[in-house]
Design a protein around this ligand. Structure first.
Ligand SMILES: Nc1ncnc2c1ncn2[C@@H]1O[C@H](COP(=O)(O)OP(=O)(O)OP(=O)(O)O)[C@@H](O)[C@H]1O
Ligand SMILES: [Mg+2]
Length: 311
């Protein structure tokens, strides 16, 4: 299942694997969140886990557990740009695989990259994706209800699905994409396929209510707070000349200010600021220290929140 599938998914990924483990380990400040998501995912995907728990606790499978198992295994990850939605969605399979000792396969589908053009194109893409993953997993459920392998369908950059309602009314066919999505996730639930769907969007407010209603979990990701910035910067700048108090000061300087009511994102720190600091030090043939860090900071502004005039 690891080959590129008809050009449909960018690439599938089988867990566990060492590179996913490294990516998981590099995530800072999200341990509790990941723990909670993994527990939820396992409970949703493998009924035997909840049934065993219920029998232990109550002597039988209580009706409330049935109600839980009827929920749709759909997570919605929402929030600003560069705050870890895609990263968590892409590595959560690693944690699930290790926890449950089963094979997990990720099917990543990016609607921005693939389905931009016509609305019909996105609809076809979604329909084909659900067909393909359903076919792969139709046989994955054992007769006792446990799963021999789990799948994660990642629908990333799903903003194209998150149309404002007025717009959706104006352009009737815009709902076709949402309908294809609903058909797909409902179909997998009815067939009890062991597949978790994760949908990432910057625009929760514009995500169709019918999609929101089905989600077992809606997680809103935020920019890192002071402690999370300290933790990330400490890790990224280990071995440099920056002391803990230098790092604290840099974390302070990357907080929101009166003039700029938003802080630096995870990706601002990790993919822009720190690499720029390293390059600047290298160009000057100097060491990475506090002086150069603040010099670079002065010309590296944080990303504006999604929905601002520019990104
Ligand atoms: N908690 C974290 N710890 C460490 N690095 C992080 C964390 N969250 C995000 N990052 C870094 O920021 C980068 C951007 O994260 P990611 O791609 O998941 O953002 P996103 O929320 O999906 O943003 P977008 O809405 O733009 O797609 C990641 O590649 C990773 O390097
Ligand atoms: Mg993303």
């Amino acid at each position: 299942m690891s080959e590129t599938i008809d050009g449909l998914f960018a690439r599938t990924e089988d867990f566990p694997n060492p590179s996913a483990q490294a990516r998981r380990a590099a995530l800072v400040g999200l341990d509790d969140l990941i723990e909670r998501l993994v527990t939820d995912a396992v409970a949703l995907l493998d009924p035997s886990v909840m049934e065993t728990w219920s029998v232990d606790m109550h002597g039988e499978v209580i009706p409330a557990v049935r109600a839980l198992l009827d929920r749709t295994p759909l997570f919605v990850f929402a929030g600003d740009v560069g705050v870890g939605k895609t990263e968590v969605a892409e590595v959560i399979g690693q944690v699930i695989a290790t926890r449950t000792d089963s094979d997990v396969t990720l099917y990543p589908l990016s609607l921005t990259a693939r389905g931009r053009g016509a609305v019909g194109e996105m609809t076809t893409l979604l329909t084909r994706a659900f067909e393909r993953i359903s076919a792969d997993f139709a046989k994955a459920r054992r007769t006792d209800g446990s799963a021999s392998g789990l799948g994660i369908l990642l629908i990333d950059e799903a903003d194209a699905l998150a149309q404002s309602r007025e717009l959706a009314q104006m352009h009737h066919e815009d709902r076709a994409g949402v309908n294809a999505l609903l058909r797909g996730i409902d179909g997998m639930r009815v067939d009890r396929l062991p597949i978790l769907t994760i949908l990432c969007t910057n625009r929760l407010d514009a995500l169709d209510p019918a999609v929101q209603r089905r989600a077992a979990t809606i997680e809103v990701f935020g920019r890192p707070n002071h402690a999370q910035r300290v933790a990330l910067l400490t890790r990224l700048l280990a071995g440099s000349l920056m002391s803990l108090s230098d790092i604290e000061a840099l974390a302070d300087a990357t907080a929101e200010t009166v003039d700029r009511p938003y802080s630096y994102t995870y990706s601002d720190l990790r993919q822009r600021l720190v690499p720029e600091i390293v390059l600047a030090a290298y160009r000057q043939r100097g060491a990475v220290d506090s002086v150069i860090a603040h010099e670079v900071l002065g010309r590296t502004a944080p990303t504006r929140p999604f929905g601002g005039a520019t990104r």
